[in-house]
Design a protein around this ligand. Sequence first.
Ligand code: PRP
Length: 181
Amino acid sequence: MKYPNDIMSKVLYTEDQIILKAKELAERINADYDGKPLTIVCTLKGATFFFADLMKYININCNIEFIKASSYVGNTTMTIGNVQISNVMNFVIENRDILIVEDIVDTGLTCDKLFEYFRKHNCASVNVCTLLDKPSRRQVGIIPKYCGYEIEDEFVIGYGLDYNESYRNIPCVGIINKKYI
Ligand code: PRP
């Protein structure tokens, strides 16, 4: 069954715009981390699309890793404060510069937990590169070092972002039509 044509009430960013933004952010990352022991960490599942775009333009030596960080549960659009993290035990953190790649920073609780975890395991530094930032919803003092777009407090889907696990594979970011919530 195809997604309804009106699943988005508004398209915010097209694939072309996002790819250009990924290139722009990658150029900054290349300059900032050149010569450093960089590990770029993709958070599953939402960040995978943006991560793939970003990585095509990263041209410095780095490791890539994947972790699962979950805050939204089931068919709710609210964040659950109890963030779950998995797969972080399987790679070297000590003395590495960690760059977390996110699709969205919302309350900031996921990043906050991840920052805490990486710092506890003696990373050299930890920062975040996010496609989208919703600063109006922040509950903790996380400021993404690299940010594609700041957005209003709307529920967005597409380009990795889901509603109840659907719509991740829509090739643009847009606001979900409220009639489907
Ligand atoms: C989303 C998103 C971020 C997090 C941001 O992940 O990918 O990791 O929520 O929200 P926060 O700033 O309020 O913590 P989600 O838990 O929905 O998992 P998913 O990536 O698998 O969709």
